[in-house]
Design a protein around this ligand. Structure first.
Ligand code: SF4
Ligand code: SF4
Length: 461
C-alpha cells in the first residue's frame, strides 16, 4: 500500500518530480501524545507572538523595534541606535543557545517552535483540512476536473489564506510600528500611509506564497539553520529515528520485524520523507511519524517506540552520551557568551552623551584666550523627562565652559544637541590635551561621559 504515487528515496528530494516540477505533499492527519503537546505549545506560541505588542513593560510594549525613531524596546530594556552593539551579544547568544539545543536535541526548534511550522501546522493546514477534507480527499480534489464545487472550495480556501496572511503581516508589523499608528493607518486611505500599506501587502503576499504553496520548501531550500544543523548534531544527539534492528525485515509474514510496512509514517510526514531510510536533511523533527507509528503499534498490540526520540547510537543499541566534547565546547562558548553579555548589559546606561568638534577652524585665539567649539549630544533613554547637567573635567586648570545652561531638560526618550564653547587662558595652555565631558542626571544617579581634544597654538615659551 503506497501512500502517494511517489515513493520517497534517499537519492532524490521527495517534493520534486523527475521533470523538476513540484510534488505537492498532502500530509495525513495524525493523533497522539506529541501531536497534542505540539498543538498546545503551538497555540501558546501563537498567543505569545500576538500578545507581545500588547503587553506593556516599563511604559512600552514588551517587544517594540521602533526603527523609524531608532529606539528598541525589548522586555523592559530600552536601547537607542548607539546601544545596538548590545544586540550583537543578544543575537549571538541566542545563536549559541540554538547550537547547543541542536547538539543535544536535534531540530527540536524546527518542529516545535519555529513560527513557520507553528503557523503552517496549527493555522493554515487546519484551514485546508476544514475546507477540503483529509489528505485523500485533497489529493482527489487536486486531480479532479474543475467543477463549480472545486472552484468554490479553492476560492474559499485561498480567500481565508489571504485574510490570515494579512493578519500575520499585521502581527509582524506591530513589532515595528506602534499599535495606535497601525490602528489609525488601518482606518485611513492607502495613499495616506503608502509605505505602510506597501509593507503590509508585500509581507502578506510573501506569507501567502509561503503558507499556501511554498511550505516545506522553505525549510528544505531557504532556511540557513536547516542547512547547518547536520554539522551540529552527531550520533549522540536526540533525534527522531526508526529502530531498524526491531523493525526489519519489514512486512507481515513470518520472521518479519515489527514494521508492517504500512507507510503511515510516510503519509503523515510534512516533508514527504520516509524516516525508515535514516536521518535526513528534510526531517524537521515534527514527531508526526512517532505518533503515527505508535498508533499502528498500539493497534497491533506491540510495544510503542519503533519510531521514537532517540540518538542514532541509541537506535543502534549503543549508549547515548549527553556530555561529550561537542556539548562541552558549546557549554563553554555559551557561558563565555553569557558572561560577556552580562558585562555588556551591566555597562548599559539610561543616558547617552556624544561630542563632536564643530566644523571650521579647530580653535580660535582671541585676547589671550584659546577657544574650542563642540556640539554635545545628550540622549535621555528613560521613559520620563529628565534634567541634565554638563560637567567638564580637565587635567589642566583654567579650562571653562562659556554660556552653558545650568541644566538642560530632555523629554522622555528624547535627545538634545547643545553647543559647548570652552575657553582657556593662553598662558595656561600646555599644548593639546584631552578633557572629559560628563552628563549627570538631576538626581545624580546616572552619569555618562566622553572624551575630546582641546586644541590650540604651540604653547608659550
Ligand atoms: S508507521 Fe511504523 S509500522 Fe508503519 S511503515 Fe512506518 S515504521 Fe513501519
Ligand atoms: S520524518 Fe518524522 S519527524 Fe521528520 S519531518 Fe517527517 S514526520 Fe516529522
Amino acid at each position: 500500500m503506497k501512500p502517494t504515487s511517489k515513493e520517497p528515496t534517499r537519492d532524490t528530494v521527495t517534493t520534486i518530480n523527475e521533470d523538476g516540477s513540484r510534488y505537492f505533499i498532502h500530509t495525513a492527519d495524525v493523533r497522539g501524545l506529541f501531536t497534542t503537546l505540539r498543538r498546545l505549545s503551538g497555540w501558546g506560541l501563537i498567543l505569545f507572538y500576538v500578545a507581545l505588542p500588547w503587553i506593556p513593560i516599563g511604559g512600552h510594549p514588551a517587544l517594540f523595534l521602533d526603527v523609524a525613531n531608532r529606539q528598541f524596546h525589548i522586555f523592559g530594556l530600552s536601547l537607542v541606535a548607539q546601544d545596538m552593539w548590545l544586540a550583537f551579544f543578544l543575537i549571538t547568544g541566542l545563536g549559541f543557545f540554538l547550537f547547543y539545543l541542536t547538539s543535544l536535541f536535534g531540530r527540536v526548534w524546527c518542529g516545535w517552535a519555529c513560527p513557520q511550522t507553528v503557523f503552517l501546522d496549527h493555522v493554515f493546514r487546519r484551514v485546508e483540512r476544514l475546507i477540503e477534507g483529509d489528505a485523500h480527499a485533497r489529493r482527489q480534489l487536486d486531480q479532479a476536473e474543475w467543477t463549480p464545487g472545486k472552484v468554490f472550495k479553492r476560492v474559499v480556501k485561498h480567500a481565508v489564506y489571504l485574510v490570515l496572511s494579512l493578519a500575520v503581516a499585521h502581527i509582524f508589523l506591530s513589532y515595528f510600528v506602534s499599535l495606535p499608528r497601525l490602528y489609525s493607518a488601518m482606518h485611513q486611505a492607502p495613499w495616506e500611509n503608502a509605505t505602510l500599506f506597501l509593507l503590509v501587502f508585500g509581507i502578506g503576499a510573501a506569507l501567502y506564497f509561503d503558507f499556501a504553496w511554498f511550505r516545506e520548501q522553505f525549510c528544505i531550500i531557504l532556511c540557513p539553520y536547516g542547512r547547518i544543523q547536520s554539522a551540529l548534531i552527531d550520533d549522540h544527539s536526540i533525534v527522531i529515528g526508526y529502530d531498524e534492528k526491531r523493525g526489519e525485515p519489514r512486512g507481515k509474514g513470518q520472521g518479519a520485524g515489527d514494521c508492517v510496512d504500512c507507510h503511515r509514517c510516510v503519509q503523515v510526514c510534512p516533508t514527504g520523507i520516509d524516516i525508515r531510510q535514516g536521518l535526513q536533511m528534510e526531517c524537521i523533527g515534527c514527531s508526526n511519524c512517532v505518533d503515527a507509528c505508535d498508533e499502528v503499534m498500539t493497534r497491533l498490540k506491540r510495544p510503542k517506540g519503533l519510531v521514537r526520540y532517540d540518538s542514532l547510537n541509541g537506535l543502534a543499541g549503543r549508549a547515548t552520551r549527553l556530555v561529550r566534547p561537542r556539548t562541552i565546547l558549546y557549554t563553554v562558548l555559551m557561558l563565555v557568551g553569557a558572561g560577556v553579555m552580562l558585562w555588556a548589559f551591566s555597562t548599559f546606561r539610561t543616558l547617552g552623551v556624544g561630542i563632536v568638534r564643530l566644523p571650521g577652524a579647530p580653535y580660535y585665539l582671541n585676547e589671550g584666550q584659546v577657544r574650542n567649539q563642540y556640539m554635545v549630544r545628550l540622549i535621555n533613554k528613560a521613559a520620563h523627562a529628565r534634567t541634565f547637567k554638563i560637567h567638564i573635567e580637565s587635567p589642566h586648570p583654567g579650562l571653562a565652559p562659556v554660556g552653558l545652561p545650568v541644566s538642560i531638560e530632555i523629554p522622555a526618550e528624547g535627545e538634545v544637541q547643545q553647543l559647548l564653547v570652552l575657553m582657556m587662558p593662553e598662558k595656561n595652555f600646555p599644548g593639546g590635551f584631552r578633557f572629559t565631558v560628563e552628563a549627570i542626571t538631576d538626581d545624580g544617579k546616572a552619569t555618562a561621559s566622553k572624551q575630546a581634544d582641546f586644541l590650540g597654538p604651540d604653547p608659550l615659551p
